[in-house]
Design a protein around this ligand. Structure first.
Ligand code: SF4
Length: 961
């Protein structure tokens, strides 16, 4: 008898495959979306794509469930009940856009800064920032201020770039890779691919992180540092390397400002500034003659030691001498710091020795001639094969900016930045602070009915660039670029709502937000923020924030607190530009950008936010968004991506430019550009010439390539800034020098924190509370399987993380009598939460931690009221306040880094106690159940996605979606 096969070994999987870009995290991998019967059959990684080379993670493949989420908003909504009630009525797009126009037009005509426009994990900041600029409001930023601005700004001000989008380890040549404060979410697939390469080559991976999960779990060495002391550890490593002579003197002399002369004139207005010639060029000492010379003189070898007597009796010494003075201090002796950092002195010394061995005993040489910007030809490229990567763990502290700078100084003394085997920039980086625009928004730059002359975000170079009034008062609603946070770079989104409600520095008329879940996981003091969003003026009875417009694709917790909802599409239903003008996806050896395009048409009454923003801009008559006759300049975002020019020849996409589509970087708009991208797999890339691939900041071949690409209009070589004159200028202002000086209450703090060489000071919250009452550190990490808060409503990803326990060390569990599965109360100076516990090895003994943004409010995201995310999932945010405890004078400082304003999430201090046996096994606090907006479909009880493509489904004719 012949047995018929019951398994179809070669089923027809898909009708067609469309290539686009993932948005399930910020890596922006290339994906192939397989479609069958007009539905997504499955998603795979695009093997040709420069970011992921075919690799796909759990989040990326679960994009199907994101696309078909029952929490997707269905149509524009108008609030009809009290704010927070979740009572809405569906309205048409015409009505919604008219309403938004009616709210925004009067503001623009009278006082544009009364609009606060803030976005979350927005990947279209080149558009959203420009829109704010054309509207005329300085009150714009994305989520960087509460994410990792310390990392980004610390990098830009020191080396001209940071990690991740700015650069990457030289995976093929590095000998030792050190991760600082990195969980698993940021730079996901590229790091995994890189770690795979290192493991295959048998190279060492070291992790410095209070928690040994994710990448740390596969490291060869784990340093379980105490939160907030990373900077102290790094400076101790620098001390050990300097003491032992394991520094790259030639690299420091050639590529950094270590030889630049710094004036020593205590108490005077020029103390700590660079000695400059009449043309403003920093000076060095010529090693041969002992005389002063310009730092950019050809054929001169700069001295790292020595001193010049100046005419006014002051002295000038190379910055390197100040480094030696600062870092050889016993304050950074491993024996001094070991207890604070939680790592033994021997292990600190061992890590320093490992760094030195990899850098100097395993030097890498590539036989590739190149020419530096002084015209000197080099026959080879020599590298120190130590590479590093860092992220929010070291930056989300009140001392994070200086810690991030210290990490870059560690890289620089090893000579391991932009060299073979080291850390390498991805174009358009390196790009130092002085080549970025300065922020606009001063009183003379904001006018009724006018765009601002510049973008709201940028990099200040001194007190004169601050966005303050004549009396020094902040001009932005978040107080960015004021004396409170002078070098903020990404704004302070976590302060917007509380400042607006307090009317400090002023109130706003409209708060306009895009994919920022401020009523839940994106805010400190979550309950307080919910209360602020509904707070009314007792005299008028009006809400203190009169109008809130919110755009999101999903029913996040924030939706209930808006007055007008503009529903966004999913990432598979719209155009996006992964632009060099924004957050690029380049590689160290190649320039690249990418697009998203509608691989599926929306089946709801929703529109891509970027197209809506352009429509709104046209209705408001914003310059650049309307033609001369007043009609819209762009049909939609796709049209904008093709035709918008930031300056002649430079647009959102660098590839396939010019009428013939052959232009790269520069070129006129190409009407077929998007088609060309789609035909190419939705990305474009071009290789950097071999002689231009290393030493980019000093390499003339790279500088000329950068000009061709449109990154600069002329070559812009520069030296890395170990010694920051920008910080010193702020410190001098705090000492009472100059026309622009900080208010008295900030002066001592600025003198202490704005050191021109990276320094360490204890995190502010620990200094403001009684450490005996709150002996533990508490922090969060994002898991590998989730990134946005929308990940924890995704049915496939929920199976990986359905709730989040509080992880504690076994030692702490023994000390407190807490067992795995128990419930505890966690108390901070601000609040108290009841949470489930998991006991683990591999965590700093003074630290407890949990996964972030898994806990959900009941009723949100179309989850069941009794979903584990609501009953056993929780937020640490309830314990964190946007302000620190009051000082003796009653003043409360922002819970932020004093230099950039970065939210200091990880400064949190807590204590724990076991919950009573008779308490419910449910997280506290709980909040009222949110109502679902009209039109949302209830999810099926049992999800069987794809059933219709199986024999069973075909027989029954059933499918779940
Ligand atoms: S790493 Fe991020 S972008 Fe890449 S597939 Fe995963 S979720 Fe998508």
């Amino acid at each position: 008898m012949r047995i018929e096969p019951t398994v179809d070994t070669s089923p027809q999987v898909a009708d067609e495959v469309k290539k686009t870009t993932c948005y399930m995290c910020a890596c922006r991998c290339g994906i192939n979306v397989h479609l069958r019967d007009g539905k997504i059959r499955y998603i795979e990684g695009n093997r040709d794509h420069p970011v992921n080379k075919g690799v796909l993670c759990a989040k990326g493949s679960a994009g199907i469930m994101q696309h078909y989420s029952p929490a997707r908003l269905q149509s524009p909504l108008k609030r009809v009940g009290p704010r927070g009630s979740g009572e809405f009525e569906p309205i048409s797009w015409d009505e919604a856009l008219q309403m938004a126009t009616d709210w925004l037009a009067p503001i623009r005509k009278t006082d544009p800064k009364k609009l606060a426009f803030f976005t979350g994990r927005d990947q279209s900041q080149a558009l959203t920032g420009w829109w704010a600029q054309q509207f005329g409001t300085p009150n714009f930023a994305a989520h960087g201020g509460f994410c990792s601005v310390n990392m980004a700004a610390g990098g830009i001000y020191t080396i001209g770039g940071a990690f991740w989008e700015f650069g990457a380890p030289d995976w093929d040549l590095t000998e030792l890779f050190v991760l600082f404060g990195v969980a698993e979410d940021h730079d996901s697939n590229p790091i995994k691919i890189g770690l795979g390469k290192l493991k295959t080559r048998g190279k060492r991976v070291v992790s410095v992180n209070p928690v040994q999960t994710g990448y740390a779990a596969i490291s060869d060495d784990w340093y379980g540092v105490t939160p907030g002391t990373d900077g102290l550890l790094i400076l101790s490593l620098i001390r050990e390397l300097m003491r032992s002579g394991n520094i790259d003197v030639d690299y420091l002399r050639r590529y950094t400002n270590a030889p630049w002369l710094v004036i020593r004139n205590p108490g005077a207005a020029d103390d700590g500034l660079f000695l400059r010639d009449d043309a403003g060029v920093p000076q060095i000492i010529d090693n041969k003659t002992g005389k002063q010379a310009a730092h950019n003189s050809k054929g001169v070898k700069a001295a790292l030691q020595g001193a010049l007597e100046l005419d006014n009796g002051a002295k000038a010494v190379p910055a390197f001498m100040l480094m030696a003075e600062a870092y050889l201090d016993d304050a950074y002796d491993p024996e001094t710091v070991c207890d604070m950092v939680g790592i033994s002195a021997d292990r600190i010394r061992q890590l320093a020795a490992d760094l030195a061995e990899a850098a100097f005993a395993k030097e890498v040489t590539i036989n590739q001639p190149w020419t530096d910007w002084k015209g000197e030809r080099h026959e080879t490229m020599i590298g120190r094969p130590v590479s590093m990567h860092a992220m929010r763990g070291i930056s989300a502290h009140s001392n994070g900016f200086q810690t991030c700078r210290a990490l870059h100084v560690l890289q620089l003394i090893l000579g391991s930045v932009e060299v073979p085997g080291g850390f390498r920039f991805k174009p358009p980086y390196p790009k130092p602070a002085h080549l970025h625009p300065k922020p606009a928004g001063r009183p003379d730059q904001v006018a009724a009915g006018q765009p601002m002359a510049g973008a709201p975000l940028g990099y200040v170079l001194g007190p004169e660039d601050l966005i303050v009034g004549a009396d020094g008062t902040p001009q932005r609603i978040d107080k960015a670029y004021s004396w409170d946070a002078p070098m903020s770079a990404h704004g302070l989104m976590h302060m917007v709502i509380s400042n607006a409600v307090a009317g400090d520095p002023y109130s706003v008329d409209v708060l306009f937000m895009y994919m920022a879940n401020m009523a839940w996981n994106s805010s400190m003091n979550t309950r307080g923020v919910m209360e602020m969003l509904t707070e009314k003026d007792p005299e008028t009875g009006d809400y203190k924030i009169p109008k809130i417009i919110y755009s999101d694709a999903y029913q996040s917790e924030m939706v209930a607190y808006a007055d007008l909802i503009l529903p966004d599409t999913t990432y598979l239903e719209r155009h996006d530009a992964i632009s060099l003008l924004d957050r690029p996806i380049c590689e160290a050896d190649a320039v690249a950008d990418a697009i998203r395009w509608p691989v599926l048409e929306p089946d709801r009454d929703v529109r891509g936010f970027q197209s809506v923003l352009l429509d709104l801009g046209a209705r408001l008559g914003l310059p650049g968004m309307v033609k001369e006759d007043g009609s819209p300049a762009y049909a939609d975002y796709g049209d904008y991506i093709i035709n918008h020019e930031r300056k002649p020849g430079i647009g959102p996409l660098a590839g396939f430019r010019g009428e013939n589509g052959k232009g790269a970087g520069r070129g006129s708009p190409n009407p077929n550009q998007l088609d060309a991208y789609v035909a190419n797999g939705s990305f474009w890339h071009t290789d950097i010439p071999a002689e231009a691939r290393y030493y980019k900041m000093a390499n003339m071949a790279y500088q000329e390539f950068a000009v061709d690409m449109g990154f600069y209009d002329s070559p812009q070589p520069y030296d890395f800034q170990i010694y920051s004159e920008v910080l010193q200028k702020f410190r001098l202002a705090a000492e009472g020098h100059g026309d622009h000086q900080p208010p008295a209450h900030l002066r001592d703090r600025m003198k202490r924190c704005f050191t021109p060489l990276p320094s360490w000071y204890p995190p502010f919250e620990g200094s403001a509370i009684d450490e005996e009452s709150f002996p533990l550190h508490a922090l969060t990490q994002r898991p590998m399987a989730m990134y946005h808060s929308w990940g924890s409503q995704n049915p496939w990803l929920r199976q990986i993380h359905g709730y989040n326990p509080m992880f504690i060390s076994r030692k702490l569990a023994d000390e407190t009598g807490v067992n795995d599965g128990d419930w505890i109360w966690v108390t901070s100076h601000h609040g108290k939460i009841r949470v489930p516990v998991a006991v683990m090895e591999g965590v700093n003994e003074r630290t407890i931690w949990t996964w972030n943004a898994i806990g959900k409010r009941k009723g949100a995201w179309q989850l069941d009221e009794n979903a584990p995310e609501a009953k056993k999932g929780f937020l640490l945010n309830h314990l964190i306040h946007e302000l620190l405890p009051a000082q003796d004078d009653g003043m409360r400082w922002a819970n932020s880094d004093p230099i950039t304003g970065q939210a200091a999430w990880f400064d949190l201090r807590v204590r724990i106690e076991r919950a009573a046996d008779n308490e419910p096994a449910e997280v506290a606090p709980q909040f009222d159940t949110l109502k679902a907006p009209p039109g949302l479909k209830r999810p099926t009880a049992t999800l069987r996605y794809g059933l219709e493509w199986t024999k069973t489904g075909q027989t029954s004719g059933k499918g779940d979606q």
